[in-house]
Design a protein around this ligand. Structure first.
Ligand code: ATP
Length: 512
């Protein structure tokens, strides 16, 4: 099945089974804003718990905060967001559609890459075992021509972006003959900078309202609380502050479901270190964050690092952790060495001294910062996409199953009386009443047992517990495992331990 079709199926599955709904749907939706349904919110909360506990439980030098979304507007001046948090936009005059100029060019580069890879794949098929890929890439004239074309375009694009040269960006679009996917024409406007921050007003206008911003990242809430936390928590460097919260960006083109939203959630941790030790810590967090991802068991080959060549003005190293989505490898998390830029800027703009006295060195300095920043919604999407499978079963039957990591699954177990009579529902309820204190437990008695299993598979429930007539005699039940569909007869008294071993967050945290 084409990856596009798989993605469409995942999006409709997410809606059908109460994971993600378009926002304001009965009013035809609101672009790039989504709501999480009854199963989605559980999965999302479990992802957040996994991240939060991995930071604050496993590290005795990391503490959390929860800062407000509204902050003093000067914070965004100091951070550079008012002046520089822009994307270059361009409109097509015929379709009236708006695009990010940089994304149009990146897509054109990706198309050349695709051509190169197609050519190589064809040759691999033709030559079979004896195929020397490296040699082929160097010597095949068509491949070499495309590689040269790609490099030249990439260089020109990087120069234009670095120089903030909007005219040159437009010229690249014209020269590459990029057309609007909707109208098919090259009738482009000028390229303009567009600030991504949402503005609103605080206070009544009669009093002279103040313009405030909806925060575009949670990080600044951490930086402006650095002194509060360091002093009240008596924190010693190196230490970190973690935060989970909403962020808002007026994205020009919001695409790919919950991958790029206008309202989303971030999990960010800023780690404060001694100047000069930042590269060591950058390496540490780069490795540790990948281990956190891999512990989920979604498949080690689905991750890769993307080290940045072009660094933001405040960074001296940066990498992304990319995940293989149905639409290609995409950034899920950024790890940045932010130097002392943010704290120094806040020192300058607030006129408050933001320094750390290092008792070992007997000197004061502005700490350097390593940031790990991951989007909850992108993490959710990567878990959902890699868990979704349509299976053909023996006997021609089919099922859709979400192989969610058990600790993240919205429902951990479902208790199902085989029939709706003979005291089986009552017995099943007794089991629910015991398990519900530790696990999210569903009770279901409607429909044939096979259909009930399918419904639980579709939301990724790791265990189904079936209560039958034998249960009334010997207090045993069948425990059905989601992925293998294996059924075993177990004592009710053993259920708690059997389930706990597989679904606890604790066991997931131990795997990092
Ligand atoms: P992109 O290049 O995809 O726009 P970014 O580099 O601007 O992302 P950061 O500013 O580094 O992203 O933000 C950190 C993380 O926040 C990202 O890795 C991503 O997971 C998440 N994120 C950023 N923008 C969005 C968005 N519009 N919707 C959902 N998640 C987002």
């Amino acid at each position: 099945m084409a990856q596009d079709d798989v993605f469409k199926k995942i999006v409709s599955h997410a809606k059908e089974y109460g994971f993600v709904f378009p926002s304001s749907e009965i009013y035809d939706g609101l672009s790039a804003v989504y709501d999480y349904g009854q199963n989605g919110v559980e999965l999302k909360n479990n992802i957040k718990r996994y991240w939060w506990e991995s930071m604050t439980l496993l590290h005795d030098n990391i503490v959390g905060i929860d800062s407000a979304i509204f902050m003093h507007p000067t914070i965004w001046k100091a951070s550079g967001h008012v002046d520089a948090f822009n994307d270059p936009l361009i409109d097509n005059r015929d379709s009236k559609k708006r695009y990010r100029a940089d994304v149009l060019i990146e897509d054109a580069i990706a198309k050349i890459d695709e051509k190169i890879e197609k050519e190589v794949a064809k040759a691999r098929k033709r030559f079979g075992e004896s195929f020397d890929e490296a040699l082929y890439r160097q010597t095949n004239p068509r491949v070499a021509e495309n590689v040269a074309k790609r490099e030249a375009l990439h260089q020109r694009f990087a120069n234009a972006m670095n120089a903030g040269d909007l005219e040159e960006l437009r010229q690249i679009i014209i020269d590459q003959e990029i057309v609007c996917p909707i109208s098919g024409t090259k009738n482009w406007t000028e390229v303009r900078q567009f600030n991504l921050m949402f503005k609103t007003e605080m206070g009544s206008t009669a009093d002279g309202a103040m313009t405030v911003y909806l925060r575009p990242e949670t990080a600044q809430g951490i930086f402006v609380n650095y002194l509060n936390v360091q002093k009240t928590g008596r924190m010693r460097i190196p230490f970190g502050i973690a935060q989970i919260g909403k962020a808002f960006r007026n994205e020009i083109v919001a695409r790919q479901f919950i991958f790029r939203m206008r309202e989303f959630e971030q999990m960010e941790m800023q780690f404060f270190v001694r100047p000069g030790s930042e590269m060591e810590w950058f390496k540490h967090w780069k490795e540790w964050r990948l281990r956190w991802h891999k512990a989920l068991g979604l498949g080690d080959r689905k991750y890769r690092y993307h080290d940045h060549e072009k660094l933001a003005h405040y960074a001296n190293a940066a990498t992304d952790i990319e995940f293989e989505m149905p639409f290609g490898f995409k950034e899920v998390e950024g790890i940045h060495s932010r130097t002392n830029f943010d704290l120094s800027q806040h020192e300058k703009f607030s006129s408050k001294k933001i320094q750390y006295f290092d008792p070992e060195l007997n000197e004061s300095y502005t700490p350097y910062v390593i940031e790990t920043s991951i989007g909850v919604d992108r993490m959710f999407l990567s878990v959902l996409c890699s868990s979704y499978e349509e299976q053909e079963l023996e006997g021609g039957d089919k099922r859709v199953v979400l192989h969610l990591p058990a600790a993240l699954a919205p429902v951990k177990c479902a208790v199902l009386p085989l029939v709706k009579k003979d005291g089986l529902p009552e017995k099943a309820r007794e089991i629910v009443d015991d398990l519900k204190f530790d696990f999210t437990t569903h009770y279901e008695e409607k429909d044939a047992i096979g259909r009930r299993y399918r419904r639980q598979d579709a939301i990724g429930t790791p265990f189904c517990i079936t209560v039958d007539h034998q249960t009334l005699e010997d207090n045993t039940v069948t425990l059905r495992e989601r992925d293998s569909m294996k059924q075993t007869r177990v004592a009710i008294a053993d259920l708690h331990k059997l389930i706990h071993d597989q679904v606890s967050l604790n066991s997931l945290l131990r795997r990092i």
